[in-house]
Design a protein around this ligand. Structure first.
Ligand code: AHR
Length: 335
């Protein structure tokens, strides 16, 4: 057998093995191009975090729809919130010689080796939504997503600005319980920091308990149940995303208390379920985190594949909502 043909066969079968391995520890799918964007033959491998939240579901839909619209062939995998699954997916995309890899890292650390493999294979990488803590910035072309520290700042500032009403028990102390996102994930690290930076301005405000709810509704509920048992005076819940806040609402109601009144709640995301709870008075304030990254991602991918320069960081613009604002925009909310 001719050497080049033999090599090709090895590559193809390695790709098949990796693809079936991926199916066993996560899930993957291919969707053909078919849009009107006319991007030639660009194939993108996208390694998604999972399906842990309403935000993530909206993000996945945005990426899949935008790839189709842009005429980019998408190979998509769901890592089920496990870094090892994402690394396997990225290696599989390298084997398959995709044109560009995009991923939203489950956690911040531990990516250098696989990113070096992509670089050696000359496959450009785009980080979307979450960043990595690698000091070698040449390992990826750009980052597209939110300023998570700013999101934490906004949540903390709301607690400070509304100190009078947030002191539910009127004892001169504002006790906050924090439901963190996935341990080690950029949004969990940055939102915590951003929040603490703001509340440190007011000595009355203290985070009295802090645990991870893994960005899930079930996680938020379980953590809140534990907080309600261990803390006798909770004024405010700061949940790192809406799903955790919605889980906390279930726990608060099950304990016979009124969420939004007996305990104030501030969350991040502004997905439809969160905004509904906000408009019903069960959440008090939501900081927006925009999941609709697909169109910008496809534009960046086309540029990167064409060898064009792209900015090192592309940030999404985001707002914030109180209860009245939520009522006004709820009907038109896209996600
Ligand atoms: O990385 C973005 C965060 O991840 C969103 O706030 C959260 O809902 C998701 O799971």
């Amino acid at each position: 057998m001719e050497e080049t043909v033999f090599k090709k066969l090895i590559t193809v079968s390695a790709g098949v093995v990796l693809a079936s391995g991926l199916a066993a520890c996560g899930s993957s799918s291919d969707s053909g191009s078919g849009g009107s964007g006319g991007s030639g033959d660009i194939t993108m491998g996208f390694a998604q975090v999972g399906a842990e939240s309403g935000w993530r579901t909206a993000n996945t839909k945005s990426i899949q729809a935008s790839a189709k619209d842009a005429g980019i062939k998408l190979k998509f995998s769901d890592a089920q919130q496990k870094q090892e699954n994402q690394i396997k997916a990225i290696r599989s995309y390298i084997q398959q010689k995709v044109d560009v890899i995009a991923f939203s890292p489950v956690v911040e650390t531990g990516w250098d080796t696989v990113l070096q493999e992509a670089k050696r294979a000359k496959i450009p990488v785009i980080l979307t939504d979450r960043a990595v803590d690698s000091s070698d910035k040449s390992l990826y072309k750009t980052f597209l997503g939110s300023d998570f520290v700013l999101e934490g700042n906004k949540a903390g500032q709301w607690v400070v600005d509304n100190a009078a009403t947030n002191d539910v028990n009127k004892d001169g102390k504002i006790n906050v319980v924090e439901i963190q996102g996935t341990t080690g994930a950029a949004p969990a690290i940055d939102r915590k920091k951003g929040f603490e930076d703001k509340i440190s301005a007011d000595p009355k405000i203290k985070v009295v308990a802090s645990q991870t709810g893994d960005f899930t509704r079930d996680g938020g509920k379980k953590v809140m149940e534990a907080f309600l048992k261990s803390q006798k005076d909770i004024d405010v819940v700061f949940a790192h995303n809406d799903d955790e806040g919605l889980g906390a609402i279930e726990a608060i109601e099950a304990a016979g208390l009124k969420p939004g009144t007996d305990i104030k709640i501030v969350t991040i995301d502004a997905v439809k379920d969160g905004m509904t709870a906000l408009s019903e008075g069960k959440i008090n304030y939501i900081v927006e985190c925009n999941p609709l990254l697909g169109p910008q991602l496809m534009d960046l991918a086309k540029k990167v594949v064409a060898g064009e320069d792209v900015p090192a960081r592309v940030e999404t613009k985001e707002g914030e909502f109180d209860q009245e604002q939520a009522k006004a925009v709820l009907a038109d909310r896209q996600y």
